[in-house]
Design a protein around this ligand. Sequence first.
Ligand code: ADP
Length: 599
Amino acid sequence: MKITSIILPVLIASLIAIFLLVYTWQRRTMRGARPLLPLLLGIVIWLVGSTIEGLYFDYNSRLFWSNIQYIGIVIVPTALLVFSLYFTDRTSALTRRNLALLSIMPLVTLVLVWTSPWQQFFRISLALNTSGAYPFWEWVPGPGFWLHTIYSYLLLISGVIILGQAYRQSARLHRRQIGIMLLGATVPWLANIFFVVVRGSNIDYTPIAFLITGAAVAWGIFKVGLVEIAPIIRKRVIDEMQEGMLVLDEQNRILEANPAVLRMMDVQGDVLGKPIAEVMARWPELLAQFQGQVSAQAEISLPIEGQETRYFQISLSPLHNRKGLQTGQLIMAHEITQQKQTERSLTEAKDAAEAANRAKSTFLATMSHELRTPLAAIIGYSELIQEKSELWGYEKIIPQLGQIGTAAHSLNGLIGNILDLSKIEAERMDLVCSQFGVAALINDVIINVQPQIEKQGNQLNLKLADDLGSMHTDQTKVRQILLNLLGNAIKFTRNGTISLTAVREKTSDMIQFSIKDDGEGISEEMMAKIFQPFVQADSSFTRVHGGSGLGLAISSRFCQMLGGHITVESKLGQGTIFVVTLPAQLSEPETAVSQSKHT
Ligand code: ADP
């Protein structure tokens, strides 16, 4: 046997092992790389020791390098066990104490190996046979050697059992990865059994076999990402997830299904490998809906007999291999039954509230109407008595009769407002459209409010564009809007100026009315809600100025009904401007505006 044929394989293996060790060391920050380092280091020491031993022919040098190899030999099984524990997420077993316990036997072995010239416990006899071209050891192992061997095997068996368990528990997707590790961990046994038991060779191929282990694991870590996403940890996360997860292969067979998704589908037993169409045969419409779809987001329901229907938000996404080819599909499902129920009860509550509100408005509308009839009698008779009082000799009570009339009129106005608002909210307010001149309407409104303007010491500044022309819309409502706004401007201004401006916007054919005053103004906080019914800036004003807080609410709803809008700008103490914009021609008379459309 030529020396090169003996040394060369070990030398090459050493170089590969050194390369792997350096490579792994440089990538030690990657998950899984660090626990691999002791295993690779052990292999390197073993192989390098073996190579150097092969270069010497004398007893002492060979013994020295043979003993050096034992440092690697004791590290390898321990490191493999530690790696298996780490890989299968049993890091909790790797306490300082346990690691210290694990290092006892290797240290004892090393002491026995190095002191073997002085005791026969490890090597009963040792001689170097130099009769041939190449020297080899002739030796009789002692009990120490067998103890060490059995111990090493126990460690290796434990490692392999741990990996085997992981292999059985892991989902199909990770079996290949764990399979690589298992194979890697088993190869050295064969070599070692061959060397130790058969002792048919003078070269120990065990370190080379372990190199295969190291290489397999390194390849797993760096190329397949074996530990990067430690499969066991990943499986545990997936199993405990609330979200359902299904992985399908290209043929739509189930590759992986976590417990959550099985509960969602109400299936028991093993579904792995079964076609999805078979497992979900109860929901053919669902299968048809997603047939051929690779990526989608949808809300689905899974009716299960004898159970309440459950709802899920699902997402489908394609899975690709390293070359970018689609290899399967990932389906995630998130239960939304609770949300659906809340949504449903909210809608029901809203519908009920709206129905109640409509009922209230209907009641108010009817009641207001009923109130007006007796009120008309009060107004009519108080006016009649007032007219006849002189004739009948009741002069003394004329002022009181006047008060009854004023109070009854104001009550009539209030009831009118309530009636209007109730009709709007009950969606029973109709539009009556007619053609009328804008300037004529404004003049009519001014005549109505003139006495109030003078009473408050205000001045009116009227600016009407020449081209105002005519409008086709509900005249009564436009008049009411203007009366309300002017009425407010007058009410909240004393000894000031009220301006009414009207222009026609040609392009959009809109009429714009601006009602401006330099009175009290409205606070910012108040501005946000003045269009809501029953809102007044300050209730003390009510006593001074009167009013019910309904005028603006009605005006803004009327504007909407007429296809226009109302805006307000104001500064406290500086005055207010309301701008009403209405289409000159109301094309389709909208019958009513519901409260919900109001902004
Ligand atoms: P009211 O019948 O009380 O006038 P409105 O709905 O017409 O009800 O007005 C609501 C409130 O908005 C008023 O009470 C007042 O506080 C405020 N407001 C309306 N117009 C003016 C204005 N021109 N100047 C100051 N405050 C105003």
